[in-house]
Ligand binder design. Structure first.
Ligand code: NDP
Length: 331
């Protein structure tokens, strides 16, 4: 079975030299176990944190070991009553062709609900992150003005559409014209800032949100957070989801410089991690499925072919290569 291993910890932007494709053999499964052949794997920004030594919210990846992450595969052999050959399953053993498991933490997928890979995106971790951040952390209310950064990404694109479906005014930011067009033409989000072409993010936000921002869904941190703090209304809420602008940084960020706004404006800013909210999974699926059925949520996938290209797909997240969910098809 082929697998992608971490050879060295990246300094700054990861490069292909940090990864290696290796071939290993897998011992036969034992009583209670299943053997799964991966069909899809997810690449996610949080994996960058696991490539560092020491503290992140998940333990670091180990050198010379395969990486891990969300994956969807098919059971090819089962000695576990819960699973039958041919079942589609969601697991956390991405970055490899085959894996064995005793079934713990492995979830069967209902193909009626969506495509297999949708369970890595809109119906999976990233979709649920959007939903949890708005519903449980930001306490979204209809009529709010919502700003979301990385708005065309896996999480951001769903945030923007859930907010819109809740009668909110939505402002996004993204780094490419093609992404802004997609948001406008496919997702119905009119106000999107191209932050790479904008001299002053805060001024541009003020222009697009003349009545201020009630909710900021932060995927980016840094200058985006600083601009949002500047334009937030009193008693605004910030769902601190991610800070991708800092993940490859080799020195401390220079923004935000205006954190005092949290006090002056009585802002409630809360960080969250989606996996703390798994009890809400059924409610999330039911909510988002109904928005999909009523065409209020559409989504995009950027598919990279072949396990050997997974590092490239991962690195692409930091270069803005993906529109919507970045996925690797393992053929
Ligand atoms: P995306 O699909 O949004 O991909 C990343 C995107 O981020 C890129 O396409 C790029 O888009 C943008 N980006 C990259 N670097 C920068 C930068 N320096 N400044 C501004 N934008 C940048 O990824 P996800 O949707 O999977 O993740 C989005 C965020 O949510 C991340 O911060 C991630 O860590 C976080 N997250 C948090 C979870 C939680 O439980 N708290 C769970 C899942 C994700 P562009 O072209 O627009 O720059």
């Amino acid at each position: 079975s082929k697998q992608v291993e971490l050879v060295s910890r990246p300094e700054g932007m990861p490069t292909s030299d940090n990864f290696r494709l290796n071939q290993v053999s897998i011992a036969p499964i034992e009583e209670g176990e299943i053997l799964v052949r991966n069909e899809w794997m997810s690449v996610d920004p949080y994996m960058r944190g696991r490539m560092k030594e020491g503290d992140s919210y998940v333990p670091p990846f180990r050198i010379d070991e395969p990486l891990e992450g969300g994956c969807v595969g098919r059971v090819v052999e089962s000695k576990n009553d819960r699973f039958a050959e041919g079942d589609l399953v969601l697991g956390n053993q991405g970055w490899r062709e085959y894996w064995k498991s005793d079934g713990e933490g492995v979830q069967k997928i209902d193909p009626e609900l969506g495509s297999p890979q949708a369970f890595l995106g809109v119906l999976g971790m990233t979709g649920m992150t959007a939903w949890v951040g708005l519903k449980r952390i930001a306490n979204l209310r209809s009529g709010d003005t919502v700003f979301v950064s990385a708005a065309s990404g896996a999480v951001g694109s769903i945030v923007a559409q859930i907010a819109k479906a809740n009668q909110c005014t939505v402002i996004g930011s993204a780094g490419k014209e093609s992404k802004i067009e997609w948001l406008r033409d496919k997702a119905g989000i009119e106000s999107v800032i191209n932050y790479k072409k904008t001299k002053n993010l805060s001024d541009e936000l003020a222009r697009l949100a003349p009545n201020g921002i009630d909710v900021y869904f932060d995927n980016v941190g840094g200058d985006h957070l600083e601009a949002a703090l500047e334009q937030m209304n009193d008693f605004g809420r910030i769902a601190a989801c991610g800070m991708i602008s800092t993940y490859n940084a080799t020195e401390a960020p220079s923004a935000p410089r205006n954190l005092f706004r949290v006090i002056a404006k009585r802002i409630r800013m809360q960080g969250f991690i989606v996996r703390d909210h798994m009890d809400d999974y059924e409610e999330f699926i039911s909510d988002v499925s109904s928005l999909i059925r009523s065409d209020q949520i559409v989504w995009e996938e950027t598919v990279t072919e072949g396990l050997e290209n997974a590092p490239k797909a991962f690195i692409g997240l930091f270069e803005g290569d993906n529109l919507g969910k970045s996925l690797v098809r393992i053929s």
